[in-house]
Ligand binder design. Sequence first.
Ligand code: FA5
Length: 364
Amino acid sequence: MELSLLPPDIQDAHRSFPGTLAACADLDALMRLKGAFVGREGSHAARLMELLKAAPKDQKRDLGAAVNALKNEWDQALKSRQAELEQERLRLAALASAWDPDLPPPLPAQGALHPLNRLMNRLVDVFRPLGFHVEEGPEAETEAHNFDGLNIPPDHPARGSADTFYFKGQDGLLLRTHTSPVQVRVLLRIGARGADGRSELERRGGIKFLAPGRVYRKDEIDPTHSPMFHQVEGMIVGKGIGMHHLKGTLAYAMKALFGPGAEVRFRPSYFPFVEPGAEMDVRCPLCEGAGCRVCKGSGWVELLGAGLLHPNILAYAGIDPEIWSGYAFGMGVERTAMMVSETPDLRLFFENDQRFLRTMGGLD
Ligand code: FA5
């Protein structure tokens, strides 16, 4: 082909055409190149057609042949590169969705126990070898079990509707404010005498149980309070039970839960259903006792209330306090979970953010 008949810039473009074409990495780039060479307007081919029209008659034949040959060459090369790039695009799409038979199959997402349930199960596992079994009671409770049977007087502030959720129009029915009414239910059951005149307590010679469950209070939500939370009640009835049994058992349980370095302390406290009453704190694992937001700067966090059974609650269930004695404790599960997993805000346990739930390895 007679290139010298063509304008110099088109000659240059033609010389570099094979390289430019090969450099087109995708169909978009190819379409731009196609427009520049053979497009309807402003392309090299369009300019050549104008030149041909304007050429003197005697040159038209040679020039026409050169222009046609050039256009054909460009068209052919563009077409074959387009076919290549289309192939490549199909190949990449196939790769992206490729199924690799060597890979293990994707597992279906599996449900798992909530961290609070895992902790309650773990507490049950800690106490079971000591002879504790699990008892249950209803969340919709009677005033008699939630308060009266626990020696809580009628004018006690906790009984007010400012602290307790009562069911409208259902006299004396409420959402239990603690798991202690399970004590009353169990005491009434084991204190009741059968046809043979003997009670379950007498037949068994004593009882030890845990009662995990949900409780409700009109408390404001903050990093350590929620209006619905969980407690684990623990109780022993036997003969000659004293504070040393209570303290020894709880110190053992806390070491099983937090590790052998766990430090606990008991402070005197008041609950109408125990005498003497105490509260147990653990050394704050979040700040290791230095003082932080969770322990409110004190270095200790209150986990539970406890004490020796008040004679009145044994007597309420027909159990002779001269013969029988015992202890009870009520542990806050969220507070304990915060300490075990070093979580600074109890609300995280209720938000059910999968990212949080998956990191709760500390509660396994
Ligand atoms: C009681 O509920 C007593 N029934 C405990 C008890 C049982 C005492 C047996 C004696 C014998 P208290 O109101 O302190 O006690 O609650 C016990 C624990 O529940 C607290 O130590 C705390 O860990 C937790 N707790 C209390 N209120 C909340 C709340 N709003 N949110 C989360 N945890 C709470």
